[in-house]
Design a binder for this molecule. Structure first.
Ligand SMILES: [Zn+2]
Length: 133
């Protein structure tokens, strides 16, 4: 794993996505937004280069991102925003965990609820959004 989480270029700014904790692609994967089969077909980006998603990371060690305009999370439904913040922040923490663990199978990267979602997807119709309780 350690070899393939490095060396990808960001499709927005062209810079190196140096490790998994900067990867928008893997953030979306661990939170169940990208199917495992599509992981290698999607462009890589820095988390910070995708502010509409990055704004949902709420953590002391992540400098908060503010989005101008219609996608500013303060313009969105607050119940939805809280759900999103919970999921995306846990996803980001998961990336840090994966990085510190080192040898984790890529299939074990996603959060438990994302793994469930992928399983369900294989047997039923895709759900339009992240599942909630
Ligand atoms: Zn970038």
């Amino acid at each position: 794993m350690a070899k393939c989480d490095e060396g990808y270029l960001c499709s927005i700014c062209g810079g190196d996505v140096e490790n998994i904790t900067q990867s928008d692609l893997y953030l979306r994967y661990v939170t169940g937004m990208i199917d495992p089969e599509l992981l290698h077909a999607e462009p890589e980006r820095h988390i910070r280069c995708n502010p509409t998603l990055a704004q949902f990371i709420v953590a002391e060690d992540f400098e908060a991102i503010h989005v101008e305009g219609d996608f500013d999370k303060s313009q969105l439904d607050q119940a939805h925003v809280r759900q999103r913040e919970s999921l995306i922040t846990r996803g980001w923490n998961r990336l840090k965990e994966i990085r510190s663990l080192g040898e984790v199978s890529i299939l074990e990267f996603p959060l438990p609820e994302a793994i469930e979602k992928f399983k369900n997807r294989a047997t039923s119709m895709p759900s339009p959004d992240v599942t909630s309780e």
